[in-house]
Design a protein around this ligand. Structure first.
Ligand SMILES: [Zn+2]
Length: 328
């Protein structure tokens, strides 16, 4: 009976039980590959929730210690620091000061938690009153004038004990100039993670509120990439690797999974993906309305970023994932 029916292709065989599903699962998240962003501000006893990003805070240095302590217990031990200075000016002077917010944070955190791996975001926009990522001349970002500034900022962070530098401004030549400055100042072994393919994205909105770094006029489209472009991302990544980037980054992540995969298929350095603030806030907002299952959505989003090819995931969800989702 039915001898003519021969169905040999049965992918469902591998989906029948949870055991066989876990046996054949292709991609796994590991909290050791996560980087958690921290916003640090001046002052004491400050823990201010970012209105546009529920459960994400700006901390003063004394308060960020409690946050780091919690995260280390969850095996989240890599952090990217964003400084919020009390004074901003045209040239972003606070970024280069020995008493700058990042410099002080590096010293204090390293003293208390030597095991914490600290990455610093290297850019001018958090420190300039105009909120742009470089030196401005005639309302235009002066690329080459900015390079020297980034060199000084990198050396300063290195002196104060940073573990990895992450230039984020999409300034042409930044990796080469920073690498040269670090090498000439005895920091040959300090790695650079470059924001190589950073798109001028609308998903950054909530972050700018968190880091108080919104441009006061104009936009960043003359230095960040158009979200319409794919080939250009590979060009940017290749240039950064030639200039000495140890790790390259694609930012944002979720609307750019194709770019992450393109890069994965093309280069052989570790790839970081930044699961940005807008991606975070959309999930939080929908979950507040009970329209989605927050933890399941977070797991799916983070796994999709990994599956696309990211080796490292920078995410505001890292803490929640490690606390509530991991191993479940
Ligand atoms: Zn910037």
């Amino acid at each position: 009976m039915n001898e003519e029916i021969k169905i040999n292709k049965r992918p469902r065989r591998l989906r029948g039980t949870s055991s066989i599903r876990s046996l054949t699962q292709e991609n796994h998240l590991n909290v050791r590959n996560f980087v958690y962003p921290l916003f640090i501000r001046t002052g004491k006893n400050q823990k201010i929730e970012v209105e546009s990003m529920p459960d994400i805070y700006q901390f003063s240095i004394d308060q960020v210690m409690y946050e780091i302590e919690d995260l280390l217990k969850l095996n989240v031990d890599k952090f990217i620091l964003f400084g919020i200075p009390d004074k901003k000016d045209e040239y972003g002077s606070n970024a280069l000061s020995d008493n700058g917010i990042i410099q002080k944070s590096l010293v204090e955190i390293k003293k208390r938690f030597p095991e914490a791996f600290l990455i610093t975001d290297l850019c001018m926009c958090e420190y300039t009153d105009h909120g742009h990522c470089g030196i401005i001349k005639n309302e235009e970002l002066d690329n080459d004038a900015t390079l020297e500034y980034l060199q000084k900022q990198a050396i300063s962070h290195a002196k104060f004990g940073v573990d990895m530098i992450a230039p984020s401004g999409m300034i042409d030549g930044a990796v080469k100039y920073i690498r040269y400055a670090l090498d000439s100042n005895m920091f040959k072994n300090l790695p650079i993670m470059s924001y190589s393919a950073k798109f001028a994205s609308n998903f950054y909105g909530p972050f700018r509120y968190a880091a108080e770094s919104a441009p006061q006029y104009g936009d960043r489209k003359s230095y960040q990439m158009s979200f319409s472009n794919r080939n250009e991302a590979l060009k940017e990544v290749k240039i950064d690797i030639e200039e000495g980037a140890d790790i390259i980054m694609v930012k944002p992540a979720l609307s750019f999974l194709d770019i992450i995969r393109d890069v994965k298929n093309t280069v052989n350095v570790p790839i970081a993906a930044y699961n940005v603030s807008g991606e975070y806030s959309m999930v939080k907002a929908a979950s507040k309305q009970n329209w989605i299952d927050e933890n399941k959505i977070i797991n799916e989003i983070l796994t999709s970023i990994k599956r696309a090819g990211a080796d490292i995931i920078i995410s505001y969800f890292a803490k929640k994932y490690a606390k509530e989702i991991n191993q479940k």
